[in-house]
Design a binder for this molecule. Structure first.
Ligand code: DLL
Length: 436
């Protein structure tokens, strides 16, 4: 029943074949977008580029970038390439500032997406017969419905449980025999904690694999979730502007980087400051061009996510390029006294320390001209009831390890178990109180 691939031919296509598909699709896309979307046409005209100038994949670099602000400026439907009559669904991402960004799908887009999510689920070893516990939020967020249609397309049974109501989720897992869990990694930890409180042994459940994404998570966090839920954990990446979940997916065999579904999404890595495309293997900002989307294609969309593309062959047999786990975003990178700090680096340190729970928050303040960073972290019940000296030593150790890794001095505040707010979707890790 288990198959290794969803679309073997395309997933294992030699690069020349893949690149020829990409080029054909790219030319078609640019021609269509130029003809139908005024803001894209204006930008291309300003850059002196016509669709006919795209003759090779490298010519992609001639095209202007698309930014989140372009979506906001054309809110809500200004970048759609088809009449609204042909749009069968919209999603939106909330964003912390300003208007949300709205994306649309034709009937064919929804089918493409479901197929890609079925491909992603297969990559994670899911199959027909699986009981897919979908705890991604349903609604305007793409996680819930995106994964839902993919699991149905795969032929698995979906439990559309959405986020929240954590105790009930665990009862459902027990009673329905959930085998595949889909959620954010922070919510997975929340579930593990609730199981513990309810006296439910994860080994007594049927869960086999967790497909976690929608927020950054470290390798240490992976180990932690795997141990606590007695499962294998794989990473899934996507963003609403590009399609939603199902842009890239880790394979269960290797669990080392996510295969980008390149027949649909063309990735580039650029230097976020200069916009220059970087050579394979270098770290920078991910940029995506959608090759097959009808209602809402994007050309060179700046994701702000930081990653790396690597072309080494994967033992699973897929030839699709892999992207490294996203370590952070150009916009959640904190600059503390001139040093670049990503919350995921702090998480990496914390999760590696015994007695510390993976629930943390980073609070940044500015005192005079000086930035200060405080890491608030929960400790386990046992440690918390220990002597003051033990707590002091623990705080000191965290401080030293963060200093060693990042070169930044921070203060560490150990807080009581269960005092940092639990997430039901994406966790909020940073509180930046600097007014800059
Ligand atoms: O989070 C889509 C999604 C749903 C992906 C479910 C995976 C699973 P947005 O709400 O538009 O879409 O947020 C997209 O989330 O630019 C990244 O910064 C972050 N992100 C998504 N997946 C990962 C991941 C969905 N695996 C933004 N690792 C992206 C790190 C991720 N960050």
């Amino acid at each position: 029943m288990t198959t290794l691939f969803w679309e073997e031919e395309i997933e294992t296509l030699p690069r020349v074949g893949l690149e020829s598909i990409q080029l054909r699709r790219l030319k078609h896309l640019v021609t269509r977008v130029y003809a139908t979307v005024e803001p894209y046409r204006r930008k291309m005209d300003a850059a002196g580029i016509k669709p006919g100038d795209i003759q090779t994949l490298a010519d992609l670099q001639k095209l202007p970038f698309t930014y989140k602000d372009d979506l906001r400026d054309n809110y809500p439907f200004g970048l759609f390439t088809v009449p609204l009559d042909d749009v069968v669904r919209v999603h939106a991402s909330s964003g912390t500032t300003g208007k949300p960004t709205v994306v649309g799908y034709t009937k064919k887009d929804i089918e493409t997406w479901a197929g890609l999510m079925a491909r992603a689920l297969t990559c994670a070893g899911a199959h027909r017969g699986d009981m897919v516990h979908n705890a991604y939020g349903y609604g305007l967020f793409t996680g819930g419905l995106g994964a839902h249609y993919g699991a149905e397309c795969l032929g698995a049974t979906v439990i559309p449980v959405s986020g929240g109501n954590t105790k009930r989720q665990i009862t459902i897992m027990q009673d329905f025999g959930s085998t595949v869990l889909l959620s954010t990694p922070s919510y997975a930890l929340n579930l593990a904690e609730a199981m513990d409180a309810m006296g439910v042994d994860p080994a007594s459940l049927s869960l086999r694999v967790g497909i976690f994404g929608a927020e950054p998570w470290s390798e240490n966090m992976r180990e932690e979730v795997e141990k606590k839920l007695n499962i294998k954990a794989v990473d899934i990446y996507g963003l609403s502007e590009v399609i939603g979940p199902g842009v890239a997916m880790e394979c269960l065999q290797t669990r080392g980087g996510m295969h980008v579904f390149e027949d649909h999404f063309l990735p580039e890595i650029i230097d976020p400051d200069t916009g220059e495309v970087l050579p394979p293997g270098e770290k920078g900002e991910l940029v995506f061009t959608t090759l097959t989307k009808e209602a809402f294609p994007v050309i060179r969309y700046r994701t702000k996510d930081i990653s790396r593309l690597f072309y080494e062959p994967c033992p699973c047999g897929r030839t699709l390029v892999r992207m490294e786990k996203v370590t952070g975003r150009t916009d959640d990178m904190l600059i503390i006294r001139g040093v670049n700090v990503f919350p995921s680096q702090i998480e990496h340190v914390l999760v590696g320390i015994e007695g510390v729970e993976p629930h943390y928050q980073i609070v940044v303040e500015r005192e005079g001209n000086l930035d200060t960073m405080q890491v608030r972290v929960e400790v386990s019940e046992e440690i918390f009831s220990d002597e003051i000296r033990v707590l002091e030593n623990l705080a000191k150790r965290i401080k030293i390890e963060i200093k060693d890794l990042l070169g930044v001095t921070c203060s560490v505040k150990l807080v009581e178990p269960k005092t940092i707010q639990r997430s039901e979707g994406k966790a909020q890790r940073v509180i930046d109180n600097r007014k800059i």
